[in-house]
Write a protein that binds this ligand. Structure first.
Ligand SMILES: [Mg+2]
Length: 196
């Protein structure tokens, strides 16, 4: 079994740390549960320009290195690694490769490969990996890959509008492992690119 996993807000807890930083910088009043899309500036007292500059500052000041892990993610990813091959697929810039890899090492997260889409869509990378299972929180990945039965959407305020079967919307790593272990045989049979 091959598994493709997004990094930010699935393994690394990015948005809570980023909005804390933006709130300190701009007195922006952003609240996690109110963030209904990736146009984060719309949900607080800051402009799009400030959001973009603030995010850049957060990243350049080593924000990624300071991120906590999502609860259960270390055990969860390492358990999936026992079931198959784990590929981490992130939108992060390739310039952040070194700090990303050392963060994963520090957190003792095991994986077989990591891909950077360099701020672009991740769909083509997922297609190349041809996984049996994908775990992502991104509404744009969901839009492209919803038809694929092995796509699990990690529940977040910004993807509540995505219409997906209840058993493919996952609420925690505990929930992911439960759903994977229940349907392991089924998941192992499906692939993103069906063999022609
Ligand atoms: Mg993400």
């Amino acid at each position: 079994m091959r598994i493709g996993i997004d990094l930010d807000d699935v393994i690394a807890d990015l948005v809570p740390e980023l909005i804390k930083f933006l709130n300190d910088l701009y007195k922006a009043d952003l609240e996690f549960k109110e963030i209904k899309s990736w146009e984060i500036w719309k949900y607080g007292n800051l402009t799009e320009k400030e959001f973009k500059e603030g995010t850049k500052k957060f990243i350049e000041e080593g924000g990624y290195s300071r991120l906590p892990v999502i609860k259960g993610a270390v055990e969860g990813v390492n358990r999936l690694k026992e079931l198959g091959e784990v590929y981490i697929v992130t939108r992060r810039s390739i310039k952040r490769r070194a700090e990303t890899i050392s963060w994963l090492r520090d957190k003792k997260i095991k994986y077989d490969g990591i891909y950077f889409s360099n701020n672009g869509p991740k769909t083509h990378i997922f297609e190349d990996i041809n996984p049996n299972l994908i775990i992502d929180d991104s509404p744009s990945s969901a839009k492209d890959l919803l038809w694929f039965g092995g796509f699990f959407l990690y529940d977040k305020p910004w993807n509540k509008h995505v219409k997906i079967e209840k058993n493919r919307r996952v609420k925690s790593w505990k929930d992911i492992l439960k759903k994977v272990e229940e349907r392991e045989d089924l998941i192992a049979k499906i692939q993103l690119k069906s063999i022609k």
